[in-house]
Design a binder for this molecule. Structure first.
Ligand SMILES: Cc1ncc(COP(=O)(O)O)c(C=O)c1O
Length: 380
């Protein structure tokens, strides 16, 4: 059985060139990037080069890029850092979209325990943030607005530039979790006018355990990890040199190929939905057409998603229920609930996320297995 991987929103395979570039930094140039000797200098030069590259790709200065352990850490640091930076100006409100990743949602809950008032910006049934609601929620007490660039469960893209403008007009900061958009689009922090942007390597065909946070120079956030002078004293801990090297290589390829990848994703999504057109009980959750990502969130009415996932996996097709856990006991997706789906509809929803390595043959074969499996479960 030739297995098919349709779960790129969960993680992507490591790019071979990125892997090869990183390999010597595990074995040969293994020095601690903080050591003053030649081994350390070699490692530090590679870290500097990777930072310069990521900064250039994002339209930022190298001094505005911090390496972290990934999207979760970047989200935690960005939201807390931005909120606390503005608390000094007497601002005590944090507005986040109702569909943010748990890394943002739970950071907001922590901020609530520390005296911030949290507001949740609603989305429409297509999964897009309601700008009119945001405008009503804004006032001079808002410290930071956090709205992700593309949602991890639906792929729906958000009007980030417009949101940044609204936040700034009230003296608030704008934080964008770009983890899911980064593999598919050229992100320019200056164009968007974002104050903080999070990206993660393993969603961009880079390694797990490394990510980056852009923080605009004039935004003075607090230290994340103390006890080391790495990352300009803001995030201590010996730098993961090979991961950083692979991250820069993989992310550069994503950006260079972004247009081509987005086109490929559009073709795959269209083909997949065409193949599924005869499945009368299937419908798409969210606006799939305007998104450059490879995500299709599908509602299969009357088909319990846990049973569907399990059966698909047995047939060699890896997909997801939207959240990382496919267990029936897991809380229903807050993203789909925010879009107006009922709990029953959420339990009938599954996520397919295509990637650069998929082929048209896989899309067609995968769709055939979806049709057979869904019908079998529905009629059981
Ligand atoms: C939108 C979004 N933000 C943050 C994260 C967390 O990233 P990481 O796995 O690198 O911690 C994810 C991962 O699923 C995500 O999809």
């Amino acid at each position: 059985m030739e297995r098919i991987y349709f779960d790129h929103a969960a993680t992507t395979p490591l790019d071979k060139e990125a892997f090869e570039k990183a390999a010597p930094y595990y074995t040969e140039f293994f020095g601690n990037a903080d050591s003053p000797h030649s081994f350390g200098r070699k490692a530090q030069a590679a870290v500097d080069q990777a930072r310069d590259k990521i900064a250039e790709l994002l339209g930022a200065k190298p001094s505005e890029i911090y390496f972290t352990s990934g999207g979760t850490e970047s989200d935690n640091w960005a939201l807390t850092g931005c909120a606390e930076a503005k608390r000094k100006e007497g601002k005590n409100k944090v507005l986040i979209s109702a569909i943010e990743h748990h890394a943002v949602l739970e950071t907001a809950q922590k901020l609530a325990q520390n005296g911030f008032e949290i507001g949740y910006i609603p989305v429409n049934e297509q999964g897009r943030v309601e700008i009119s609601a945001l405008l009503e929620m804004m006032d001079e007490h808002v410290a930071v607005v956090a709205v992700m660039a593309a949602n991890n469960e639906t792929g729906v893209v958000q009007p980030c530039k417009e949101i940044a403008k609204i936040a700034h007009s009230w003296g608030a900061l704008y934080f964008m979790d770009a983890v899911q958009l980064a593999p598919y689009a050229r992100i320019n922090v200056k164009e968007i006018e974002a104050d903080a942007v999070a990206i993660s390597a393993h969603k961009c065909y880079g390694p797990k355990g490394v990510g980056a946070l852009y923080i605009k120079e004039k935004v003075k956030v607090g230290k994340l990890i103390v006890g080391g002078e790495q990352e300009r004293g803001m995030r201590g801990g010996t730098t993961a040199v090979p991961q950083v090297v692979a991250f820069a290589c993989a992310y550069e390829k994503c950006v260079q190929e972004a247009e081509e990848t987005a086109k490929k994703m559009a073709t795959y999504k269209k083909l997949f939905l065409q193949e599924l057109a005869e499945l009368e009980f299937a419908s798409v959750n969210g606006d799939v057409e305007t998104s450059p990502t490879g995500v299709v969130n599908l509602k299969l009415s009357g088909v319990e998603n846990a049973a569907f996932l399990y059966s698909m996996d047995l047939q060699g097709v890896a997909i997801s229920a939207g959240s990382a856990c496919a267990s029936a006991s897991v809380k229903p997706s807050h993203v789909l609930l925010a879009m107006g789906l009922s709990e029953a509809e959420v339990k009938n929803s599954v996520r397919f996320s295509f990637g650069k390595g998929n082929t048209e043959e896989e899309i067609v074969r995968g769709a055939k297995i979806v049709k057979e499996t869904a019908r079998k479960i529905k009629n059981a």
